[in-house]
Design a protein around this ligand. Structure first.
Ligand SMILES: Cc1ncc(C[n+]2csc(CCOP(=O)(O)OP(=O)(O)O)c2C)c(N)n1
Length: 1038
């Protein structure tokens, strides 16, 4: 910015009209920005009060005066006239007569005279004080807004009042207006005195309280600020770093008379409150001892959500994806999503039998999908509520991912058609870190959903915990400030104020496509659930709650008193809805079977048969024609655009790739390329997300090339493969696991025709996303009959890198597999391998060859159903000269190999084999090297289990039968209590009907996954190899 003082010497006097002409020619009509026109005479600059921040204010006055000399206070008019007429320093200002309303005419008669320095200072100070006062209300007004319907707690947990607003200590008791003014002014913060209250002050452009007026008496300024910022709405927005956005919010809340509702709107609001309230009452009457996590105390949530949806629909949104916790969920399903009431009521019937496979979930976790007409806008709208676990806030990133996917598939690049609404509890919103992680995804190019509306059901309690013990931030919503989301706190007992903020929130999202928070400050009429006694822990609060009139009753009384409805109309509305509930209840008794499928949040039309079954139980070959492999290989080893300079080191990498392709082989990176590239050709969208995935943590992938000479110029060769290919998205994520994995899981929910992969930087880090794995990925289908084909790539392997970069914890994934270790399945079943995949909860693989990795990725899409796929991926094998696969093993007719049998000399004379070693992953290469070194290639056979789960009983039985004289041993590099041993051993034993022992060759049990000492690491490795090849090792145990 270019300040008054700095340009003083360049100035020459102008008349106001001359200046106005020049000025308006030089700047855009609408913008009041300070451009080159900032020209004052030297005497102006010399005025002693024109320094620091005051100069900004004077500049503003000056521009207003230039446009219209009458628009500023007379005293400023005189000042600027004197200045432009060349008054010497300190003499341009002339003191006006007192500025009371009645005195204005006197001021108008004042003649330009040279005044005293004291008056100059006083005038400027008073204007600055008023400007500061306005700003103080904008910044801190929410601290004194009356937000708690109970009137006992401060929503910001602070009973003090900001010194620059009012000094009344009683925020809630509404001490008289006069009293507030008195305290504020007399000896108060701004140095104003009571006589200033009736003086008129010019309003800065940063406020809209004036409406059509540009100046107001101070008394009125304060009244309007109180009105805008200190009533039932607390607006928190001044931390936003964007002037346009701040102005937008100020306009929405400050403009006089902005919160007006038609009678029709009021009646709709009342009708919605009737539904919300009577629904809970109905459930309470019918099932008084059932948990339902009712909404009592925040019934306004239903009209609030409906307002957000109506407004968004009006703005063109046709799909809303929602996520929410337990509180009020049934009510939202019934009255927002419009799930048939009988479907909800029948869930309370304990005799209903489950019709679908899977174990199901409790009624307040289930999801839902519904397309309907929005009655207010007459437009179609699809509403879905994502199923969620108990784990509060865990569904947040899942909802975002699903929203992103829906936007992606309908080409909605700006979020104009599809949006997300997330509901939160106050304690969870403040306490759960996933909220923060999800906010951080909100503005990243590959993760943004272009604005989420967050609604917090802030009932000022978390189970039994008082908010003063549950958070350190003033509000539960402070986390949203990190992304500059405006936060609208609102007293939920004022339904019109709630509707207004919801309307503004939806408009904000539609205008700026950024997140926004509505904080519904309310209370919880019952305990945490309907069985809990809240008086044990919150006696005073609940005494107050017992006295609290329900919001429906209060609002109905208000509308009756205003003549908007009459009592009989209101009662009629209630009995109409009660009748709807009763009729649905009667119908619900006919339901004998519980169909979880009716609660599906993401249907995949066309993927299954009409009754929801896979279209086949087979999987075609995952191999490819050679010309396809060659073509993908050539793109993968080149730069497919002109005038693009890549790094010299990368040129060498691409050259090496080219040579591999020439030799008809692939390494790990090329195998992945082949799988992705071929699926893209088949119209399958691929999305690879995770930390540093574009290059690859181990610098092996390089899916995004960077021009070395032009900043941000990149090329993704994978998107240059085929003329009509599906798009490839590869995106470095924020440094989050929980949030990003949840997001990708949500993305994968939206369509079965996409390969969505999340890669951990190292497999170890997946455990910060454990909740997504435990609550969604592992049991998701069983709980919610919803399939998901997400792929987790987890770099894993003991390579002497220490305890933290070695283990993706295979034992954890294997322990959660649902295949029975003790029961041999029917190996004769047709398509045994595919049926096994269909029955499992997820697939766990550890590929030892690039080719097998290629096949398993392709199989993931070619299967007629979807299952999560967990892949332990290698690190050293990425560059291991033996970890290569010939094109021959990737051609049509080839498949993913669940087991790779021994194929060396041992397999030629199996009866001579003394030991059959089973292993998985990279240790295979250590074992073969050692076997060769010991010249034991005929005595020891090594068989790789590539698909650990579902366990390949059939193939392993063949392997064991092939080597009748061999003892069996499992070899792993992981410690004995980790890795695969505990999973594999009982299954191998079951395979052979426990005919032989299965020995163990590997590290001892340990607490940490690996040693931090390189030498120890090597010693341990040597010991396990010694055991594996010591044919007497297990003699003493037999
Ligand atoms: C991650 C997680 N931790 C703990 C719980 C147990 N729990 C269930 S409800 C609840 C209190 C939630 O309070 P709040 O977020 O304010 O929502 P409210 O129940 O008040 O609507 C707790 C701690 C949980 N469900 N999820």
């Amino acid at each position: 910015m270019f300040h008054l003082r700095t340009c003083a010497t360049k100035l020459r006097p102008l008349t106001a009209s001359q200046t106005v002409k020049t000025f308006s020619q030089n700047r855009p009509a609408a913008a009041r920005t300070f451009g080159q026109i900032r020209c004052y005479t030297a005497p102006v600059a010399a005025e002693p009060f024109l320094s620091g921040t005051s100069s900004n204010y004077v500049e503003e006055m000056y521009y207003a005066w230039l446009e219209n000399p009458k628009s500023v206070h007379k005293s400023w008019d005189i000042f600027f006239r004197n200045t432009n007429a060349g008054a010497p320093p300190g003499t341009a200002y002339q003191s006006p007569l007192p500025l009371s309303m009645g005195a204005l005419s006197a001021v108008a008669r004042a003649q330009p005279l040279v005044g005293t320095q004291t008056n100059v200072d006083k005038l400027v100070e008073d204007h600055l004080a008023v400007q500061s006062l306005i700003r103080a209300y904008q910044i801190r007004g929410h601290h004194v807004a009356q937000l708690d319907p109970l009137g006992i707690l401060d929503a910001d947990l602070d009973s003090s009042v900001p010194a620059d607003i009012i000094s009344s200590t009683d925020k809630l008791g509404l001490a008289g207006f006069q009293e507030r003014l008195r305290v504020l002014t007399v000896g108060g913060f701004y140095g104003l005195d009571e006589s200033d209250l009736d003086k008129v002050f010019h309003l800065p452009t940063t406020t809209f309280i004036g409406g059509q007026e540009s100046a107001l008496p101070l008394r009125e300024i304060i009244r309007r600020l109180e009105n805008a910022y200190c009533q039932h709405i607390g607006v928190e927005f001044m931390f936003i770093n964007d002037l346009e956005q701040c102005q937008w919010i100020r306009r929405k809340f400050e403009t006089p008379g902005v919160m007006q509702f038609t009678n029709e709107e009021k009646r709709t609001l009342l009708a919605r409150l009737v539904r919300s309230t009577r629904f809970e009452e109905f459930l309470q009457r019918k099932w008084s001892s059932e948990k339902r996590f009712g909404l009592e105390g925040c019934e306004v949530l239903i009209p609030a959500l409906k307002t957000i949806i109506d407004k968004s629909s009006e703005n063109g949104v046709d799909q809303v994806i929602m996520g929410m916790p337990h509180r009020g969920r049934l009510n939202v399903l019934a009255n927002v999503i419009r799930k048939e009431l009988e479907q909800i009521f029948c869930q309370f019937d304990s005799k209903l039998e489950a019709a679908d496979e899977g174990s199901g979930d409790v009624k307040y976790h289930l999801g839902m999908y519904h397309r309907r007409i929005n009655r207010v806008t007459d437009r179609n709208i699809t509403l879905s509520l994502v199923a969620n676990p108990s784990h509060l806030e865990a569904a947040d990133p899942v909802v975002m991912g699903k929203t992103k996917a829906e936007q992606f598939y309908c080409g909605d690049t700006e979020g104009k058609k599809v949006m997300a609404i997330l509901l939160h509890g106050d304690a969870a919103f403040a306490g759960q870190g996933i909220v923060y992680e999800t906010f951080h995804l909100s503005d990243l190019p590959s993760y943004t959903t272009h604005g989420t509306v967050h609604v917090v059901v802030n009932n000022q309690i978390g189970f039994t915990t008082d908010p003063r013990m549950a958070r350190s931030s003033p509000y539960p919503t402070d986390v949203a400030r990190v992304v500059n989301a405006p936060i609208f706190h609102v007293n939920s007992d004022d339904p019109e104020a709630v509707m207004y903020v919801c309307k503004v929130a939806a408009e904000w999202r539609n205008t700026f496509h950024k997140d926004v928070v509505v904080d519904l400050v309310c209370y919880r009429r019952n305990g945490h659930n309907e069985m809990d006694e809240p008086m044990f822990t919150q006696p005073l609060m609940y005494k107050q709650i017992r006295k609290q009139k329900p919001v429906l009753q209060k609002y109905a009384e208000l509308l009756v008193s205003q003549g908007v409805v009459n009592q009989p109309e209101y009662e009629e509305e209630i009995s109409k809805y009660d009748k709807i509930c009763e009729e649905a209840f009667a119908r619900s008794k006919d339901e004998k079977i519980l169909h979880i499928k009716h609660w599906l949040d993401s249907p995949w039309p066309g993927f299954f048969t009409l009754d929801g079954q896979p279209r086949s139980m087979t999987c075609p070959s995952t191999g490819l024609e050679e010309d396809i492999l060659t073509h993908i290989g050539s793109v993968a080893s080149s730069v497919p655009v002109d005038n693009f300079t890549i790094h010299g080191g990368l040129s060498r990498i691409l050259k090496t790739r080219g040579e591999l392709v020439k030799n008809r082989t692939v390494d790990w990176a090329l195998a992945e390329y082949m799988a992705f590239g071929s699926l893209l050709k088949e119209g399958i969208h691929i999305r690879l997300s995770g930390q540093d995935v574009e290059r690859g943590t181990f610098s092996h992938r390089h899916h995004v090339l960077h021009d070395q000479n032009v900043d941000k110029k990149t090329c993704i060769p994978m998107n240059h493969l085929w003329p009509n290919q599906a798009p490839y998205t590869v995106c470095n994520s924020s440094l989050s696991e929980y949030g990003v994995l949840g997001f990708e899981l949500g993305f994968a929910m939206a369509s079965p025709n996409a390969l969505v992969l999340w890669e951990a930087q190292f497999g170890d880090f997946h455990n910060t996303a454990q909740c997504i794995i435990d609550q969604f990925i592992c049991p998701g289908q069983a709980k919610w009959v919803r399939q998901n084909g997400i792929v987790l790539l987890l770099p894993h392997g003991m390579e002497g890198m220490g305890p933290e970069h070695s283990s993706a914890r295979p034992e954890r994934f294997l322990q959660m597999c649902n295949d029975d270790p003790d029961v041999l399945p029917n190996l004769q079943e047709a398509n045994f391998d595919i049926s096994q995949l269909y029955d499992c909860n997820w697939v766990v693989v550890n590929c030892s060859t690039p080719g097998n990795f290629f096949h398993v990725l392709r199989r993931q899409i070619l299967l007629p159903f979807r299952k999560p796929l967990i892949v332990f991926t290698p690190k050293s094998l990425l560059r291991h000269p033996e970890a290569r696969t010939s094109f021959d093993e990737m051609l049509p007719g080839t498949h993913f190999q669940r087991v790779i049998p021994e194929d060396g000399p041992a397999a030629q004379s199996p009866e001579n084999v003394k030991r059959l070693l089973f292993c998985t992953g990279k240790v295979y290469y250590d074992l073969t090297r050692e076997r060769k070194a010991r010249d034991m290639v005929e005595q020891v056979a090594i068989t790789r289990i590539e698909q650990l789960s579902p366990f390949p009983f059939d193939l392993l039985l063949q392997e064991v039968q092939k080597y009748p004289n061999a003892e069996l041993a499992w070899c792993q590099e992981e410690h004995k209590n980790q890795g695969y041993y505990d999973y594999v051993k009982p299954r191998l034993r079951t395979t052979i009907n426990r005919a032989k022992p299965v020995w163990y060759a590997g590290r001892d049990p340990a607490a940490a996954p690996a040693t931090g000492n390189k030498k120890t690491h090597l010693t341990e490795l040597q010991r396990l190899l010694d055991t594996a090849f010591d044919l007497d090792a297990f003699k003493n145990f037999s």
